[in-house]
Design a protein around this ligand. Sequence first.
Ligand code: MEV
Length: 311
Amino acid sequence: MTSATAPGKIILFGEHAVVYGRPAIAVPVVQVRATATITDAPPASGCLLIAQDIGEEVRLADAAVNHPLALVLRLALAAAGISHEPDWRVVLTSDIPIASGLGSGAAISAALVRATLNHARQPAPPETVSRLVFRSEELFHGTPSGIDNTVIAYERPLWFVKGQPPQSFAVGQPFTLAIADSGIPSPTKESVGAVRAAWQADPAAYESLFDRIADIVHGARRAIADGNLAALGALMNANQQRLQELGVSSPALEKLIAAARRAGAAGAKLSGGGLGGNVIALVDGETAERVQTDLLAAGAKRVIVTRIGDV
Ligand code: MEV
């Protein structure tokens, strides 16, 4: 039996602008994970793919060419040098909320790629996992930047620019984020598509917004390196303002953001595609509990508290 896992993720700064070549900062969320488990099945029984959480079961031989999980498995098998259908039972589970901005789809794909390569006794370096997951993201998410598959495959905080190798960055002082799930599904394809349509209608205005977001992301990298958490919080608020201008915030997200700020968060913003999904709030030992309570009272379905920069 072979088991492999992959974490969730959040975008700290720069979502959407990253699709247009600007930098972004993303971190893994290791409290939630997707798992793929492969066991050998009797000879000539074929390969059965079971997505337990969504109650789906499909034989690889019968799966449509564009079946998302079958596609990832086929890519991984090819990368492992397996050209025939193996006799495997592949079980996928995840505690990452679906379509919430935490990268559930990319994490399930990454766990599946890792388990496939491991079961075939092939190396599964992050660049290979990231590349294979990106192929499926491209098919199902329109025009992804590649940040989700990259941070999930590398499992460390990353500075990311589309088409470039990801970079690590310095964290002067560890910091804590509360991640609140609005409970409103946020398929990335929709928000990315909406921003693309708006950009096509008025490229100059949107390019200038993306440039202003890029300035914020550079400022955030400096604030993180300096351990300047007050500046970091202010930059989260500034990024949120620009995301609002991009049209990807929503009344429900604004309500959560306002609740977090009122409860003492140093800054708060949506994270990921927006229109639903998650908001993140910068908290500390004194504010974490109240922010968490108030986020739940303001409608959050679940709050995860995660530390960034602990080694
Ligand atoms: C989604 O986690 C981040 C977006 O910037 C899309 C992408 O980068 O592919 C909204």
